[in-house]
Design a protein around this ligand. Sequence first.
Ligand code: GTQ
Length: 344
Amino acid sequence: MSPDDVAARREAFYARADTQHLAPLWTRLKALVPKLPAHQLVPHVWHYDDLRPHVMESARQISAAEAERRVMILENPALRGSSQITNTLYAGLQLIMPGEVAPAHRHTQSALRFIVEGSGAYTAVDGEKTIMQPGDFVITPSWTWHHHGHDGDGPMVWLDGLDIPMCTFFGSTFREDHDQAEAPVARPVGDALARYGSGLLPVGYVARNLNSPVFNYPWARTREALHALTKAGVPDAHTGHLMRYVNPVDGGWAMPTMATMVRLLPAGFATLPYRSSDSMVFTTVEGRGELRVADQVFAMGPRDIAVVPGWMPYTLHARDDWALFSYSDRVAQEKLGLWREARG
Ligand code: GTQ
């Protein structure tokens, strides 16, 4: 048979099989099982100074009560319309004004908050309030009641990181609205940090869920730890002084689906190329520097937010002492035996 005949015969076969919702693998194998990660994501940096006017305007457009959550979503430029910053993760900037309450609800999606600006607002999670300050990392575990409020002055903004696309992918999305705007608060402010966040645990403590019981990691403590590292050793050549937020109960990651880390790069320090299979979201807590992803260079200052697609090599060059928070789906990838990294 001539090559044309072979091709025509195959096409006719594919058309017959198609009627049964069947398709041949061999025409798709290389795309389905690629040699290297093949996603659509692009690297991007959002400069907070450009975002802030839009975030502030959202308060003139709608109340927190009406919006339920007044958030401007950060979408990967290659995934517009998807509400995704990566394939598995969501990011948004949530604004709450003095006197407002974002009403209580719960959902299977896990949320993290990284506080960007303002002070005096609180989030109440699973019966305990915590007052938030810039640089604090706060956890809202899956299926815990939570609402947010603001008894202080001035606007308060935080970065919301959720595993929304991951939950959608698994089809495990559930939500419920509380019958009251404010869910009951049962314990005093600071209870969790005192019980679980001081290198001590109550004897007989049994975990309530897969998250760290410390649900607010205050920036003041994190900063102190990072700066102590700079006095006692050299930064890792590929990552800088890199720490992960841990669950004190088992030493694992603080959350079951999202890996949260914080790093400090001393002024002038430049990392060597690094890549990992988890796409990363970064935000600058303090200082500034340059993020280079493949051949693109992005300047990053305080409160700027970046997305680095998985498996793209990147470097960080600190102009002054540069502190960066990050989150990714690394925990989930590790549990599934999928996570990889490469240095160089
Ligand atoms: O604060 O509960 O950015 O449910 C998106 C969905 C925040 C929240 C978001 C949410 C929340």
